[in-house]
Design a protein around this ligand. Structure first.
Ligand SMILES: [Zn+2]
Length: 237
């Protein structure tokens, strides 16, 4: 299984900065040792590939998947990777659960910035920009080929969300009403969008979530019924 995960990862690391690639491999192995099976499923994206992705839902059929055009995603500079958890049948699992958060905490301790904390929630995304901003990257500044990355001690705690910027995905409406009694990743997204503290983000749509959704709807001049339909969802994401 570890071989499978590492091979899967390796395919995606072509064009990724050597330090980022080394850290990504290390993360896959570390997590495997902890019993969490992950692989990198996206690495470098060329400007052309990014533009193709940007066209989806705009000039090409489909639902929008990104707000970033060529050059606007950290993936275009080989400094970002996306991961996913795999089950024993080598199927990707997208549930952002305790294991997922653990992977992000370990990645963060290894020096990655994690999309899980972004306001534009992007749980698979890990990046390392070596202190460079997107504008500097766009202005053709590049990190040294073998930069030193500070390694911080591993913590389990995911702290307060942090503002981030460019690689924000557009989260398509799941085409179902999400309301009291609903469970899952979409509920977690909503709980973050309405600003519930991280420890209350449990993916279970209960009374507290319902009250906060109503307040959110009121504040955004939507029908305050506590049910997340298309309008509320699109306002949130
Ligand atoms: Zn990403």
């Amino acid at each position: 299984m570890l071989d499978y995960l590492l091979n899967r990862t390796e395919k995606e690391l072509v064009g990724v900065h050597p330090t980022v690639a080394a850290k990504a491999r290390e993360l896959v192995k570390k997590m495997y040792d902890e019993g969490i099976k992950i692989a990198i499923i996206q690495g470098f994206r060329s400007f052309a590939e990014q533009n193709d992705l940007y066209a989806v839902g705009r000039t090409k059929p489909g639902t929008k998947v990104t707000n970033a055009k060529g050059g606007q995603s950290i993936h275009n500079y080989g400094l970002a990777v996306d991961f996913c958890i795999f089950d024993d049948n080598k199927k990707p699992v997208w549930t952002v659960n305790k294991d997922w958060k653990r992977v992000c905490a370990v990645a963060e301790a290894m020096g990655f910035e994690i999309g899980l904390k972004w306001r534009f929630y992007d749980p698979p995304h890990l990046q390392m920009t070596f202190g460079l901003t997107l504008s500097q990257l766009q202005a053709a500044k590049r990190p040294p080929s073998a930069p030193k990355v500070e390694i911080k001690p591993v913590k389990n705690v995911i702290t307060a969300p942090q503002e981030s910027y460019e690689d924000r995905p557009i989260v398509p409406y799941p085409n179902k009403l999400i309301k009291k009694g609903s469970e899952g990743t979409d509920v977690m997204r909503i709980q973050r969008a309405i600003g519930l503290p991280e420890k209350q983000v449990d993916g279970i749509f209960g009374s507290v979530t319902e009250q906060r959704v109503k307040a959110y709807q009121k504040a955004h001049k939507l029908v305050a019924d506590g049910i997340v339909g298309k309008k509320t969802w699109n306002m949130m994401f």
